[in-house]
Design a protein around this ligand. Structure first.
Ligand code: SF4
Length: 369
């Protein structure tokens, strides 16, 4: 389990190592045919800032070779904002006195139909809060059955589960699982996740092993930028990804680095990552792992997404509504985070085409399941 491996890495030592990188380390990382996580640490370090253009070029060339001029499109479907967790940065946290909505199967069906009217999406990301008796495995299995006829590729972003539950859902059409560790800083994790199942750091961390053991086809991972030192957090994630690749080599992987927005309740990010830093991180990850799918959500502004599309990003969400029922109507339910790119999916696709890239609505077929 990765919880055993991560014990070999010290958080403060990781920061010291990154900050001790010099120009020579960056140059070595840029010429290394098989970059290591140590090279990655040089590429995200302050010493790499003067090399951003070299990094961008290398990242662009690798992405072009591995993915061609394509951007895969997906859309999230929020099915429930009921949650027993107390994440201090999230508007859905159990404390917040908001109207909780868990969609009925009729409502899920209506949302699927509304999404299909927005564009020819085949990649659906089903998102839910964590409330096992309301939106647990049985509920998700029903959602997958309802969504299956509408979409070829179904991914969930929900509570971490047992391996046998992931396996059960793969028989109902589940193709991918996304889970955010949020932060790998074990000492500080409890500050952000004081109560609920999510407060158990190791259960969440080892969830990725359980996905691998269950044979989930694609695993998505990420840290929430805004909690702890972002360079240390993404380094831990790079170590985690490298561990997963060694142990579950048949699985495909995607990564995402959402930058925190202030939530309902006014939580302010402790750490701010600039656009330039996010670009640097994106290049560094592409150079480290040529095949990983790098995803940007609608949290990011349209202009920035358009620039990064040519330099390393390979998938994007479009048209996102982050409240349950949001595609059929404009409900009272609170949205989980504010969307910066409010364009329609067809507008996003038109821009991708105008930039000389192919918007890819479908990159998986049910027949492969
Ligand atoms: S981040 Fe997820 S688990 Fe935490 S309160 Fe929000 S919906 Fe619940």
């Amino acid at each position: 389990m990765f919880s055993d491996e991560i014990k070999h890495y010290d958080w403060d030592e990781t920061i010291r190592f990154i900050n001790s990188r010099r120009a020579r380390d960056v140059e070595d990382a840029l010429t290394n045919e098989h970059p290591s996580v140590e090279d990655f640490m040089a590429l995200i370090s302050p010493a790499a800032v003067p090399y951003l253009e070299d990094m961008a070029r290398l990242s662009r060339d690798i992405t072009m070779r591995r993915f061609g001029k394509t951007i895969s499109l997906y859309i999230p479907l929020y099915v429930s904002n009921a949650c027993t967790n107390h994440c201090v940065y999230c508007g859905f946290n159990h404390h917040n006195p908001l109207t909780r909505t868990t969609l009925s199967m009729e409502q899920v069906k209506a949302e699927c139909e509304a999404i299909r009217h927005l564009g020819p999406f085949e990649n659906l990301l089903i998102v839910s809060g964590e409330y096992p008796t309301l939106n647990g495995v049985d509920y998700l299995e029903q959602v997958l059955h309802v969504a299956r006829p509408y979409f070829n590729n179904l991914t969930i972003e929900v509570m971490p589960m047992k391996a046998r539950d992931y396996e059960r859902l793969t028989h109902s059409g589940l193709n991918g699982v996304v889970c955010f560790q949020e932060t790998y800083n074990a000492a500080r994790y409890g500050v952000y996740h004081p109560r609920g199942m999510k407060s158990i750091y190791q259960w969440r961390l080892d969830g990725f092993d359980r996905m691998g053991q269950a044979g989930v086809h694609k695993i998505g991972m990420g840290v929430l930028i805004g909690l702890e030192d972002w360079r240390a957090d993404v380094t831990m994630m790079a170590r985690h990804l490298s561990y997963l690749r060694r142990n579950y080599w048949r699985t495909r992987y995607s990564i995402n680095f959402p930058r925190m927005c202030p939530a309902e309740g006014g939580y302010q990010p402790r750490v701010v990552m600039t656009d330039k830093e996010l670009a640097q991180l994106t290049f560094a990850f592409r150079i480290l792992d040529n095949d990983v799918d790098i995803s940007y959500s609608t949290r990011e502004r349209p202009e920035f997404r358009a620039n990064m599309m040519k330099l390393g990003v390979t998938s994007m969400s479009a048209g996102s509504k982050t409240e349950p029922g949001g595609y059929v109507s404009t409900p009272d339910a609170l949205e989980q985070f504010h969307v910066s790119d409010e364009r329609t999916p067809l507008e996003v696709a038109a821009e991708i085409s105008a930039l000389g890239y192919d918007p890819v609505w479908k990159d998986w077929d049910k027949i492969f399941d």
